[in-house]
Design a protein around this ligand. Structure first.
Ligand code: DOR
Ligand code: ZN
Ligand code: ZN
Length: 371
């Protein structure tokens, strides 16, 4: 299969080329003769991955399901997601983890990683590729009560939801053992200041679009939205101390939101907001490639990313304006602080492992794979 005339967004510039695909993998990058689909020079981003998605499902299927969340992801150009474990029941034992795996295998529209939450000491690791720990209370009851030093000593990659005190402890332990650490939704300038100084190559840092864009108090989220100073610190470090943008898609019903639930649906505004920033030159496409494609791909899966032998995942976009309308979301959570916003960058075609699974109108289900 041949995809012709793409302007591929990478961290070292935009490459105009064709892509040759064999068995769902990138087999060639360059100029190729022969028939193929002509993308007429449109912008394409390889392997867009959202590392922070609460798919809910199980007893909270009324909020969101794996099916609705991942369909929403594909419809807005995300080909891989990492699911969060604060479900009901929580993904903190082998039985629920296996159930979650089965659910994703059957229902997911995109490729996926499933987080396992360690709440006490972990005794076995087989099969748990993604581990998330909560060091402060948030939605769900998954506070880590085990021995943090021992957990880091296993040298398995760990993602954390934490306040600054917990983050400092984890950074120290990551240094002590050489354990890979992913710090979710950093939002305050103090955190950035600390990380600028102590971050190592084993540590990756994530921010959300809402912490970058929304003013203090605008939404009830955890961590809470920062001040203008906090936002400035996050912006300044994009592509430097900050490695990843993740949506923290946290669906709730309108009634739950009125009662004070933390979080907002973000999966369907994640790439659109990022593209808008790039088309309006508030961030370069090169930096964007790092934040939503290359860095998350490197963190989550050897199969993902851009290069020969990698999965042929591409999101083709057009520089056209459209208006955010949450009523049209695939997500069950139909509200958004970005409703009514005019954004530049429409998702035109989404390709997963060489197959077109979104054509600008309909999302198609193919076999999904664990990343
Ligand atoms: O705003 C949030 N919502 N922050 C979190 O850490 C959890 C999430 C949720 O699960 O609703
Ligand atoms: Zn969190
Ligand atoms: Zn979260």
């Amino acid at each position: 299969m041949l995809f012709k005339n793409l302007s591929l967004v990478t961290s070292d510039g935009i490459k105009k080329c064709d892509i040759l695909v064999k068995n769902g993998k990138i087999a060639g990058i360059g100029k190729f003769s022969g028939n193929g689909i002509d993308f007429k020079g449109r912008t394409a981003i390889p392997s867009v991955i959202d590392m922070h998605v609460h798919c809910r499902d199980f007893e909270q299927s009324y909020k969101e399901t794996v099916e609705t969340a991942t369909k929403a992801a594909i419809s807005k150009g995300i080909t891989g997601i990492v699911d969060m474990p604060n479900t009901v029941p929580p993904v903190n034992n082998r039985e629920v983890f296996e159930e979650r795996k089965k659910l994703f295998k059957e229902k997911s529209y995109c490729d996926y990683g499933i987080n396992f939450s360690v709440t006490e000491d972990l005794k076995f690791f087989d099969g748990y590729k993604f581990i998330k720990i909560f060091l402060t209370e948030t939605t769900g009851k998954l506070l880590f009560k085990g021995d943090l030093d021992r957990l880091f000593s296993y040298r398995k990659p760990i993602a954390i939801h934490s306040d600054i005190a917990g983050m400092k402890k984890c950074v120290k332990l990551s240094m002590k053992y050489g354990t890979k650490l992913h710090i979710c939704h950093v939002s305050k300038k103090e955190e950035i200041k600390f990380l600028k100084k102590y971050k190592t190559h084993n540590i990756t840092v994530e921010v959300t679009p809402h912490h970058l864009l929304l003013p203090e108090g605008a939404e009830n989220v955890k961590p809470d939205l920062g001040t203008e100073e906090d936002r400035k610190a996050l912006w300044r470090e994009l592509g430097r101390t900050v490695d990843v943008i993740g949506s923290d898609h946290a669906p709730h019903t309108i009634e739950e939101k009125k009662k004070g639930a933390y979080g907002i649906p973000g999966i369907e505004t994640f790439l659109p907001l990022c593209l808008d920033l790039a088309f309006r030159k508030k961030i370069s496409f090169e930096t964007l490639a790092l934040l939503i494609s290359e860095n998350p791909s490197r963190i989550v899966s050897e199969r993902k990313g851009f290069g020969i032998g990698k999965d042929a995942d591409f999101t083709v976009v057009e520089d056209k304006e459209w208006i955010v309308d949450s009523r049209k979301f695939y997500s069950k959570s139909k509200f958004s602080p970005f409703d009514g916003m005019r954004l530049r960058g429409r998702i035109k075609t989404v390709i997963l492992r060489g197959e077109i699974i979104y054509d600008g109108e309909k999302v198609k289900k193919i076999e999904s794979r664990e990343m």
